[in-house]
Design a protein around this ligand. Structure first.
Ligand SMILES: Cc1cc2nc3c(=O)[nH]c(=O)nc-3n(C[C@H](O)[C@H](O)[C@H](O)COP(=O)(O)OP(=O)(O)OC[C@H]3O[C@@H](n4cnc5c(N)ncnc54)[C@H](O)[C@@H]3O)c2cc1C
Length: 366
């Protein structure tokens, strides 16, 4: 069957991209080798939190996406959106110094935390103060995906091995002029050797508890506000960790009780685990895929050549939406919109998120 666009990967990246394409009147097919949210997106705590930093591009782009995401989920998926606010606490004295340096650059509503504001949090955890972000929220991933994919054609259980023939991308019996790769940490189904997408493993645990937890808390792990007796506990930083999953989950629960002592009545409901995609600069990778074959193999590209320069040839109809790191639900709505507008030639990605940056780095290093 022929579509305008095939979107490969039904995580939050593919779902949001398909949503905006359909919203613009395109005939879209969203396909996944397993099903909706089968990758990192189904495991995520799906917290929407701002980025702290010293005001560089990563913070600017993340917090633009954060503000956009809050409005987006509130309007489009209100039943799956929980705006409870977020307390962000430093892990130790050294981290507290970083927080102090970040404060002049905070570009979203916040106030400083005092011990009296949050009596459910252990006084030890509040030792170094912190910030409260009243707008922060979390979403129910499946609720979001169900609502956003309404009216979009889907194909599950299809492992895409796309081929380009006669001006069209083919995936099995489906074809379209445009193909979006939103495949997360899985290996890319089209060979792009200049793009290294790594994966970071993480776990989320849902527990049942009667603890009164009015706001979400983030220190070295995240503990959500209690909604209908369920609290989400999550962390995604597992690198070179030799512990078993059960040991890590136990530790997550112990650490969560350390932060919120009333959670000691918890009963484990479900464990989620996933591999989230990340790239070297931690920025999303959104835009049309550049064509390496258009470059002279013996020469590095000129220094003045910047991402999205018209001199960089692109592969016809091939787009990437990836590299969302630990903030897929923050990036999804805005990056999906930018991807859709790029495909429809109504926008160009910010240079900082363009896939071209990795091609240029690769060519300059070889
Ligand atoms: C434990 C954990 C907690 C997290 N917590 C948060 C959080 O609190 N807030 C937040 O914003 N983010 C969080 N994240 C990060 C977030 O989950 C990711 O950034 C986001 O899910 C990435 O979405 P994606 O669509 O790019 O990838 P994925 O969700 O991994 O989706 C990729 C999809 O592509 C499919 N696929 C791959 N290859 C093919 C192929 N060849 N053919 C067909 N289908 C294919 C896969 O089956 C999968 O469904 C967390 C991640 C983890 C693991």
């Amino acid at each position: 069957m022929t579509f305008d666009i095939l979107v490969v990967g039904a995580g939050i990246a593919g779902v949001c991209t398909a949503y905006w394409l359909k919203d613009a009147g395109q005939k879209v097919l969203l396909l996944d080798k397993k099903g909706p949210l089968a990758g990192a997106s189904g495991a995520a705590g799906a917290f929407l939190s701002p980025r702290l930093g010293r005001g560089g591009p990563l913070q600017r782009i993340t917090n633009d996406a954060y503000r956009f995401a809050l409005d987006f989920y509130d309007q489009k998926t209100p039943d799956a959106f929980f705006q409870k606010g977020l307390v962000r606490l430093p892990k130790n004295a050294q981290d507290a110094e970083k927080f102090a340096a970040y404060e002049p650059h905070i570009d979203v509503p916040y106030h400083k935390v005092t011990a009296d504001d949050f009596p459910h949090i252990s006084p030890d955890a509040l030792e170094w103060g912190g910030f409260f972000f009243p707008d922060a929220a979390f979403v129910d991933p499946m609720g979001v995906a169900k609502r956003l994919t309404e009216g979009i054609a889907t194909a599950w259980g299809v492992e895409a091995r796309p081929e380009y023939r006669e001006g069209l991308w083919h995936v099995g019996k489906h074809r379209a002029k445009n193909l979006v790769l939103a495949t997360g940490a899985a290996s890319l189904p089209v060979a792009l050797p200049w793009l290294a997408i790594g994966g970071v493993w993480g776990e989320r645990v849902d527990v049942q508890s009667r603890a009164e937890i009015p706001v979400t808390l983030h220190q070295k792990l995240s503990v959500s506000a209690n909604v209908d007796g369920i609290v989400r506990i999550g962390a995604t930083h597992v690198r070179n960790d030799s512990r078993s999953e059960i040991e890590r989950v136990n530790q997550l629960i112990v650490d969560a009780i350390g932060l919120v002592p009333a959670l000691s009545d918890q009963r484990l409901v479900r464990i989620y685990a996933g591999h989230r995609a990340s790239v070297a600069d931690h920025l999303p990778v959104v835009g049309q895929v550049p064509d390496i074959s258009a470059f002279d193999a013996r020469r590095a590209p000129p220094k003045r050549l910047k991402p999205e320069d018209p001199a960089i040839a692109k592969i016809p109809g091939l787009y990437l939406v990836n590299g969302f790191g630990g903030r897929g639900f923050v990036f999804g709505p805005l990056m999906g919109k930018i991807a859709a507008e790029t495909i429809l030639e109504k926008n160009r990605p910010d240079l900082a998120i363009s896939p071209d940056r990795f091609l240029l780095r690769h060519l300059r290093r070889r």
